[in-house]
Design a protein around this ligand. Structure first.
Ligand SMILES: NC(=O)c1ccc[n+]([C@@H]2O[C@H](COP(=O)([O-])OP(=O)(O)OC[C@H]3O[C@@H](n4cnc5c(N)ncnc54)[C@H](OP(=O)(O)O)[C@@H]3O)[C@@H](O)[C@H]2O)c1
Length: 246
């Protein structure tokens, strides 16, 4: 049984740890991000294929997906996995602090790219293959945070996409929009470095870090991949890794 996985945002943070976890299980990974991951390439050699792409550029992504490359890479697999990890918190701040162009980039990266890739996976995977799509969501999809209106809205869109895709009940297609918990990555450092006027809850996240409340990307990725590969994957289209781990 040959599995193959597409992972967006494999260059650093949680996506890098997810890619490492999959590669460590001998699952070939196609990583999509603007920058490469030299560490993963050195560790796993030919099992990692990388595409340097700005996923906030929907026209460029559509052009790439309209070609033959994805189908060629997925050729021969029995199970095709897609982990939509790449995402941004920017622009942070209330409406009067948001640049419209930054809003458009966030929606393109956080929503358009995952939805485009999910559709492309179905078209490009071998007809008999099982397909599993995991959107990396957030607690912010389910609870409003001041300063994060764009982030909250885009992550909520992923949750509702997963619910509606599950309602389609396509054969051999499972999907889950999964909140990973609070993970010790560059995104958390970005939160702690944000001016309070843009993110009033900043100090709560700084305190969480000081008190050891962040999960490591490696531990989070191990639990996330175990869920992705498990029998129960897709039984709940919207889930929180912290609840699944209990
Ligand atoms: N960290 C947390 O506590 C937390 C909590 C809940 C949810 N999440 C979610 O988990 C996911 C990963 O977060 P993280 O904490 O690992 O973030 P991170 O450290 O900021 O990493 C973000 C990843 O996304 C990629 N990316 C960003 N902009 C991109 C673009 N325009 N085109 C292609 N790739 C792009 C980056 O690669 P390049 O810069 O190389 O392009 C990088 O690999 C995100 O969806 C985030 O919303 C994180």
């Amino acid at each position: 049984m040959l599995m193959k996985a597409i992972v967006t945002g494999h260059s650093r943070g949680l996506g890098a740890a997810i890619a490492a976890e999959l590669l460590g299980r001998d699952i070939p990974v196609l990583g999509l991000a603007r920058t490469g991951n030299a560490g993963l390439a050195a560790r796993f050699g030919g099992r990692l294929t990388e595409l340097g792409i700005d996923l906030a550029d929907a026209a460029h992504l559509a052009q790439w997906l309209g070609g033959e490359a994805l189908g060629a890479w997925l050729g021969g697999c029995d199970t095709a996995l897609l982990v939509n990890d790449a995402g941004t918190l920017q622009p942070m701040g209330a409406l009067d602090l948001q640049q419209p162009a930054a809003v458009a980039r966030a929606v393109a990266l956080n929503v358009a790219a995952p939805l485009m890739l999910a559709a492309a996976l179905c078209a490009a995977s071998p007809p008999a293959a099982e397909r599993r799509v995991l959107h990396v969501s957030s607690g912010a999809a389910r609870k409003p945070y001041a300063g994060w209106s764009v982030y909250c809205a885009t992550k909520a869109a992923l949750d509702h996409h997963a619910r509606a895709v599950a309602a389609d009940a396509l054969p051999r297609l499972r999907i889950c929009s999964l909140a990973p918990g609070v993970v010790d990555t560059g995104m958390q450092a970005e939160i702690r470095a944000t001016p309070l006027e843009r993110f009033p809850l900043r100090d709560r996240f700084a305190e969480m870090q000081r008190s050891g409340g962040l999960i490591s990307p490696q531990d989070c990725a191990a639990a996330l991949v175990a869920h992705l590969l498990g029998d129960a994957f897709g039984s709940q289209p919207v889930a929180d890794l912290r609840d699944l781990a209990r």
